[in-house]
Design a protein around this ligand. Structure first.
Ligand code: PHB
Length: 361
């Protein structure tokens, strides 16, 4: 029977254990949307994770929606990320990059002059984002034209190529948390007609075209995907999440992906509240032959149970990895966990970022 601490090969990537550091937005990028020296240290400290999924990184200047997130579109960003991947590899770790387009969850002040956020729709989300002026409502987007989609897919392709050039072991396509790909996938947001709207086949088309482009660029064995069927983070649920996400998983199943990553329930690290609508994650898992990563509010006990019950191959931990750089050791040894400083999650410097203590050697 497998445990959290056993190695596993997922696609082309061999992991020392099944404990994954979830992607976490920390808003500490330096000038030029590059990871700086503190970010190198932050990931180096956490390299004992079986896999690090590095924070969501915009694929183009138009893809960003929050202040000071590190990008993966420019040559300078690729150079800066090399220090991160080099540090993690030197410690024996593995690291993939989450590639991101926020869609309508953005503000004009975060975008190149004159640009507005793009989405499947021209309706604004009921959401805020963090800018130089603090938290403010997101801008009204414009709906992408169908003839703009090929260039968008090229941005994903370039991001994947850049990530490999920067030394990442692969990429995770961010198709979760109601960002651009889910703004197409969900009928609660997507009111388009034409090839990218209407039927589930059409609403899933962008996700599948992006996936196939990334696979063509870097190989399926280095490509993972993150989904969040039930989150209402910045948009309502699809009218039939089980059918919509079931279709997506059926389409992804034969592609040979490194893994599928499921956020179970609401974004943000807590288990589903009592009375939340049911979703049968196990039904999706039974239809996917590759590695299955679960996330959201897992404790050590729940993670162990999920792996031993074969409900998961990998368990991603978010907040526990922020406050415990040596989380793998602490889980293995049953050591107490550090308290999270929730006021230091977004932006700032070393405090609440690289200053959480590890256990003494
Ligand atoms: C956030 O910045 O709050 C954020 C970013 C990416 C996610 C979820 C949340 O996937």
């Amino acid at each position: 029977m497998n445990t959290l601490f056993d190695p596993i090969k997922i696609g082309d990537i061999t992991l020392a254990n099944r404990i994954v550091m979830a992607p976490l937005t920390r808003n500490r990028a330096i000038e030029g949307n590059k990871p700086g020296p503190l970010t190198v240290e932050y990931y180096r400290q956490r390299a004992s994770a079986g896999l690090i999924v590095a924070e969501a990184s915009p694929i183009s200047p138009t893809a960003q929606g929050y202040l000071d997130t590190p990008g993966i579109w420019s040559a300078e960003q690729v150079e800066a990320w090399k220090a991160v991947t080099g540090a993690v590899h030197a410690e024996g770790g593995k690291i993939v990059l989450q590639i991101w387009h926020v869609g309508r969850i953005s503000h004009t002040s975060l975008l190149p002059a004159g640009e507005v956020p793009v989405s499947s729709t021209d309706k604004a989300a009921d959401a805020s984002t963090f800018t130089r002026d603090g938290f403010i409502p997101v801008s009204k987007p414009r709906a992408l034209r169908d003839d703009e989609i090929p260039a968008l897919i090229d941005d994903y392709r370039r991001a994947a190529r850049n990530a490999i050039g920067a030394g990442f072991d692969g990429v995770e396509i961010h198709a979760a948390n109601t960002y651009l790909i889910e703004q197409f996938l969900r009928d609660s947001v997507n009111e388009r007609s034409g090839p990218y709207g209407g039927s589930v086949e059409n609403r899933a088309r962008l996700l599948l075209e992006v996936t196939n482009a990334v696979i063509a660029e870097i190989g399926a064995g280095r490509t993972g995907i993150r989904l969040s069927p039930m989150t209402t983070f910045t948009a309502p649920r699809d009218s039939n999440p089980q059918a919509t996400y079931g279709y997506v998983v059926d389409q992804l199943a034969p592609l040979g992906l490194a893994y599928l990553h499921m956020i179970e329930g609401e974004t943000g690290g807590t288990r589903e509240p009592e009375g939340a609508p049911a979703f049968d994650y196990a039904a999706l898992r039974s239809r996917f032959p590759g590695a299955w990563m679960v996330n959201n509010g897992y404790t050590k006990e729940l993670g162990k149970q999920a792996v031993s019950d074969r409900l998961a191959d990998l368990v991603a931990y978010g907040r526990p990895f922020i406050s415990n750089p040596d989380l793998v050791r602490r889980l293995r040894d049953g050591a107490p966990l550090n308290e999270l400083r929730a006021d230091k999650l977004y932006g700032g410097g070393a405090e609440g970022y690289t200053d959480y203590p590890a256990l003494a050697a």
